[in-house]
Design a protein around this ligand. Structure first.
Ligand SMILES: Cc1ncc(COP(=O)(O)O)c(C=O)c1O
Length: 363
């Protein structure tokens, strides 16, 4: 096997090597059954056991109360942008959305097809470089829920503290689920595409409070109704078997590491290394305001776009890959999710220091 590089990609993102090795074996011969994991029926007792174990491990890791249902859905996290208002705005027509970046903007656009959406905070004019403080925005009393994106993958901002308002929270945790403990009770619904902290692309996890099931209008298509998926334990149709299996392996890995609290400590340590490197020089400038900084995605700029392009290219030559910022904001971005090793962050910091020395700005 070729040497493993440090993959800073924002998603699909680096996964634990132990998980990849196990998946490699199971994809050829699962538990010595003489067939691959991706060849077996989703109704087989073996696959049902995988799905149940995956759900139980997620419940354990995130301390999900009994009154919530975990769903494994398809259509990407983006399908939740319309499924949420479609299912939850039934009788109550208003909802509140915080616009903290591209993914929130897309969710707002979709939600407007289903209800009256108020947006009391938008970071558009400040290039989404921070998330709002609690008391910075008003919420209408007749709003059904408060929707926010806990970590803004592109801009590198994150809610360090979740909104504490008298409203049911609905949250897109696609890029920071499992990176820190959360109090699920504050949420009506949490969703996350798997391809960052949970596994490969192809499955979206939805954690929904049970009383919210069955609120969709009568004419909601079966496949878009949370209740029908919940009633069938996410086996309404053929589920994304391989993706669910891999999420299961990632969750077993997370348990072995010591759980979400340990992962959070590591994430803080890794992010601090990188932010310190950015803060000790004017050469690198972080995109996010300090009190909104993400522990998962660190977006930064160099003095010029040319230097940024050169930086990304040189870094990839020494095995630091995927550092180009998202096309919508440019610059550089280091995504350092749960499975990203500290050693890789140390290598990046060393490279940043060397690059600055070797490429001074000519004034
Ligand atoms: C926070 C967030 N939400 C939603 C999405 C969209 O996910 P998907 O491509 O699974 O639809 C992404 C993708 O990166 C994301 O980072």
């Amino acid at each position: 096997m070729s040497a493993r590089i440090y993959n800073f990609s924002a998603g699909p993102a680096t996964l634990p090597i132990e998980v990849l090795k196990q998946a490699g074996k199971d994809i050829v011969d699962f538990q010595q059954m003489g067939m691959s994991l991706i060849e077996m029926s989703h109704r087989s007792k073996e696959f049902i056991a995988i799905a149940e174990e995956t759900e139980n491990n997620l419940q354990y890791l995130l301390d999900i109360p009994e009154s919530y249902k975990v769903l494994f859905l398809q259509g990407g996290a983006s399908s939740q942008f319309f499924m949420i208002p479609m299912n939850l705005l039934g009788g109550q027509k208003k909802a509140t959305y915080l616009n903290t970046g591209t993914w929130a903007t897309k969710a707002i656009k979709e939600a407007r097809n289903f209800g009256d959406i108020e947006v009391p905070f938008s970071g558009e004019k400040i290039n989404f470089n921070r998330v709002p403080q609690d008391m910075e925005y008003e919420i209408s009393s007749d709003s059904h829920y408060l929707y926010f994106v806990s970590n803004n993958t592109i801009y590198g901002t994150q809610f360090g503290k979740f909104p504490e308002r008298e409203k049911m929270l609905v949250c897109d945790m696609s890029s920071d689920i499992l990176s820190r403990p959360i109090d699920i009770n504050k949420f009506g619904l949490i969703f996350a595409g798997a391809q960052k902290n949970l596994g490969p692309a192809g499955v979206t996890i939805v954690i929904i409070r049970e009383d919210l099931l069955g609120q969709a209008p009568e004419n909601t298509p079966t496949m878009l109704n949370y209740k029908t998926h919940a009633d069938k334990n996410s086996m309404l149709n053929t589920p994304p078997c391989f993706a669910i299996y891999t999420v299961g392996e990632v969750l077993k890995w997370a348990i072995k590491q010591g759980g979400v609290k340990v992962l959070q400590e590591r994430n803080i340590e890794k992010a601090n290394l990188l932010y310190s490197a950015i803060d000790t020089t004017d050469y690198y400038r972080g995109h996010a305001e300090k009190n909104s900084r993400s522990l998962m995605n660190i977006s930064f700029n160099l003095p010029t776009a040319e230097l940024e392009a050169h930086f990304v290219e040189e870094a990839s030559l020494i095995g630091l890959s995927g550092l180009k910022g998202h096309r919508s904001i440019g610059g550089c971005r280091a995504s350092i999710y749960n499975a990203f090793p500290k050693k890789g962050v140390v290598s990046l910091v060393q490279f940043m220091e060397k690059f600055e020395r070797e490429n001074p700005v000519i004034k």
